[in-house]
Design a protein around this ligand. Structure first.
Ligand SMILES: O=C(CO)[C@@H](O)[C@H](O)COP(=O)(O)O
Length: 214
């Protein structure tokens, strides 16, 4: 069964604890925490202080997605704040050496590490890291905003990643425009984790929404 990770970007920030409790009660597996810096993506969300507060009030797995330039500069703060997994973008890295250093650095702190690709980045560009990461995040929208439409080229990328698993331990996550219909296409292609923002948080019944994804 796929895991469902609601993206708190679509939560009501004035009622965050209530929303976190609600998604847990509705069957969410992980909390997806989108960090945006207004530089790597054209939007600003939240940083590590809010993650620290969240980690004090939930026991859920904290899936942190860094959509920021210079992730190495800030990663330790997110680890200290309680991240279970930190995913960064290959497009934010200067070269292979710095990408490998950051993967190693995150793993050395005893948490999971993920690598993400934007819609225009091909799987070939991260194939060399697949032995070393715990998760690959396929963006199915241009990162920056919730509520966008799913871009179908993500399906081929998921299928390709699935075929590259071959005994490797990484899992595949997809993020952007996920609903029951697009989630099913991703599931058929071999995805392991569905990130869903508006589909879960704007649902009249979040349990039904999460069940429909699973
Ligand atoms: O990271 C992002 C957007 O950059 C996503 O996590 C969105 O927050 C997902 O929202 P929906 O497309 O599901 O509404």
């Amino acid at each position: 069964m796929v895991k469902v990770a609601p993206s708190v970007l679509s939560a009501n920030f004035a009622e965050l604890k209530k929303d976190l409790d609600m998604i847990k009660a509705c069957g969410a597996d992980w909390i997806h925490y989108d960090v945006m810096d207004g530089h790597f993506v054209p939007n600003i969300s939240f940083g590590y202080s809010i993650l620290k507060d969240i980690s004090k009030v939930t026991d859920m797995y904290l899936d942190v997605h860094l959509m920021i330039s210079h992730p190495m500069k800030y990663v330790d703060e997110f680890i200290k704040a309680g991240a279970s997994l930190i995913t960064f973008h290959v497009e934010a890295m200067a070269n292979e050496t710095s990408t490998r250093e950051l993967i190693q650095h995150i793993q050395n702190q005893g948490i999971h590490v993920g690598l993400s690709i934007k819609p225009t980045t091909q799987v070939d560009e991260i194939e060399k890291y697949l032995d070393d990461v715990d998760l690959v995040l396929v963006m199915s929208v241009e990162p920056g905003f919730g509520g966008q439409s799913f871009q179908h080229q993500a399906i081929d990328k998921i299928r390709k990643l699935h075929s590259l698993k071959n005994g490797r331990h990484f899992i595949i996550e997809v993020d952007g425009g996920i609903n029951a219909e697009t989630g099913l296409l991703c599931k058929e292609a071999g995805v392991d984790v569905l990130v869903a923002g508006s589909y879960v948080f704007q649902a009249d019944n979040c349990q039904k929404a999460i069940d429909s994804l699973k």
